[in-house]
Design a protein around this ligand. Structure first.
Ligand SMILES: C[S@@+](CC[C@H](N)C(=O)[O-])C[C@H]1O[C@@H](n2cnc3c(N)ncnc32)[C@H](O)[C@@H]1O
Length: 263
């Protein structure tokens, strides 16, 4: 698919910067899960965990420290190369990384896991959530569980350049079907790089829940949070891996989490 090939190239432009940025955060002891993930994920001791869209492996390394063995999967060859390097640098042995498009991973990978994990900034890069849901079910053991923490579709509707001025103007329709095409990538753990084509899909809360439910998962909880896990521009860092705008005193959610088990 042309959009996925284009995203692969775009994300590859910031792999090296991400590796250096996340490694620095590990070395200065500041790379941690945010407070909601810490509270909700649960005990992973003794479990096998697969992390979808793992980027350069920083969150996979956090998982590996909590579980028996962790696997990270990402589309971009350089992300996988740097993820392996990060794990080696940090002397984390119980982790491996696989290069794959999540959209065709199901056909290529038959191993089953106790948990499937998806972190911050992931699902908007995927065009087909029903297929994503089936992939998660395919990867889970019958007593396994799924957990995601990601951006809330409501904040993803707003014009990111206006939010910093307390203006909530809808730029990306909630019911939009076509992906947004951007000429830049990164900015949260790298410089923003221009001259790419990056495609991002707006998924509704119902798309997410129905993708999981229709694939045979039972929703244990769906939680919505005011704070976000990154600064889209002009938000204040609150600590615990979370950001908010002064004016957002409960007006709209910026992140959500879901935990689901096999039905
Ligand atoms: C924002 S990052 C993931 C979040 C990660 N927690 C982080 O902070 O960097 C999004 C990741 O999705 C990956 N990605 C995008 N489309 C993908 C696809 N179709 N299959 C697998 N990975 C994909 C990108 O390469 C990128 O590493």
């Amino acid at each position: 698919m042309k959009e996925i090939e284009s995203n692969k190239h775009a994300w590859g432009q910031i792999s090296e910067d991400h590796y250096h940025s996340f490694k620095k955060h590990f070395l200065d002891g500041t790379h941690e899960f945010n407070k909601y993930i810490k509270a909700e994920l649960g005990d992973l001791r003794g479990k096998s965990v697969i992390h979808l869209q793992c980027n350069t492996g920083a969150d996979t390394v956090l998982l590996a420290k909590m579980c028996a063995n962790a696997v990270g999967v990402d589309l971009v060859p350089d992300n996988i190369m740097y993820a392996k390097k990060l794990a080696e640098d940090l002397q984390i042995g119980n982790v491996e990384f696989i290069e794959s498009d999540i959209m065709d991973f199901m056909e290529k990978h038959s191993e089953k896991y106790d948990a499937v994990f998806v972190s911050e900034g992931a699902i908007g890069w995927l065009p087909d959530l029903p297929r994503w849901g089936k992939t998660i079910r395919h990867l889970l053991k019958n007593d396994g569980f799924f957990y995601i923490f990601d951006s809330h579709p409501i904040v993803m509707m707003f014009d990111e350049n206006k939010l910093k001025n307390a203006i909530t103007e809808i730029k990306y329709p909630y019911f939009g079907k076509e992906p947004d095409e951007s000429d830049s990538i990164g900015g949260y753990a790298s410089e923003t790089k221009y001259g790419v084509k990056a495609y991002f899909w707006q998924h509704k809360i119902s798309d997410i829940i129905n993708a999981l439910s229709n694939a045979g998962l039972h929703i244990e909880f769906l939680n919505e949070f005011i704070e976000n896990f990154y600064d889209p521009g002009g938000a204040k860092y609150l600590g615990d891996g979370l950001y908010n705008y002064d004016f957002n005193d409960g007006k709209f959610p910026m992140s959500f989490s879901v935990k689901a088990t096999v039905k």
